[in-house]
Design a protein around this ligand. Sequence first.
Ligand SMILES: [Cu+2]
Length: 78
Amino acid sequence: MILVMPMVKAVLKIPNMSCKHCVMRITKAIERVGAKGEVTLEEKKAVVEFDPGKVTLDDIINAIKRYGYEVEIGEGGC
Ligand SMILES: [Cu+2]
């Protein structure tokens, strides 16, 4: 029997992102760990979607932090 894990969505606040390059860098960091992310500069946040059987929210947060960004879990996080 195959168990299909539902995708988990979380909102991450990234207060020190400042330009389009930050958006690209953060988007790539999220994709590199195997998650999907929609990053918005105006709101300084990233809405991430991931399979909890493969990736954890910590993995995603650490991947973003590695680039020097601050990350806070926003509403909708776990
Ligand atoms: Cu930037």
